[in-house]
Write a protein that binds this ligand. Sequence first.
Ligand code: FAD
Length: 282
Amino acid sequence: MCSFSFEVFPPRKDESIKNLGAILDDLGQLSPNFISVTFGAGGSINSQNTLEVASLIQEKYQIPSIVHLPCIHSSKEKISSILQQCKERKLDKILALRGDLCGDLPKSKDFSYASDLIAFIKEQEGFEIYAACYPEKHNEAKNFIEDIHYLKDKVNTGTDKLITQLFYNNEDFYTFKQNCALTGIKVPIYAGIMPITNKRQILKISQLCGAKIPSKFSKILEKYENNTLALEDAGIAYAIDQIVDLITSGVDGIHLYTMNKSKAAIRIYEAVKYLLKEELQA
Ligand code: FAD
């Protein structure tokens, strides 16, 4: 069965959670397998907002929710307190992350890598643990071999499922999956897909996470950069093409990075819903 899910981010500290209501109404109607909620590693986004949005998703929409949890600027005490709050809110799925380094914040004395956090969460029973992985390797890793070696450690420490960084070339994902299999990584791997809705945003994100832009995709960005609606059409078509190929090839799950925009998510779902249902019946 192919899982279908979404990522959303919570409102910033000074924004109201109500602003997310319309997008969650839209996403909720698509009955995804889960919705994950990001969490700012540097504290730019209030952790309370992440937990509130995750609770809202479960309580109002009856959809399982995953709480992202970065650790690199956090302590055991802080993480324990968040996990306790998760338990009280019946949030039992955690995406355990190192988090991106914020230069001006002190590094954690307790956690250096996601695997340290996974080991810590594992000590407390009752959580399903997700972790991040990188088909084009993590941008700080020296090479693929080193990166996959540490990924194996992360899985051995107690990861139940993996979600990939966004990528635009399915071949990178297939090679990565093969390497995971060769290394003995057997947990499900959900493919992270981000449809283009805005040229500047995609370039910035790809720069940050190191995702390559294939020439077919660059052509779309060049040609339609000043035509928002055409760019959206082409970006959605590109994402659908990627997803059809991934589902046909037996991917474990598709995780859509929505950037809190439901229109593209709805169009993508509409285009592949029978492929997903076929998978459900298979
Ligand atoms: P790790 O698994 O710890 O790996 C980080 C680097 O260290 C890699 O290069 C790895 O090869 C290396 N490494 C791992 N273990 C060791 C070791 N023992 N010794 C030496 N090197 C090691 N960030 C946020 O702040 N908030 C979010 O909500 C968020 N959501 C995300 C969701 C997904 C699906 C993904 C893919 C990423 C997300 N990120 C988020 C970004 C993520 O925090 C960054 O990519 C971060 O730089 C790495 O996090 P990680 O958990 O993959 O780190």
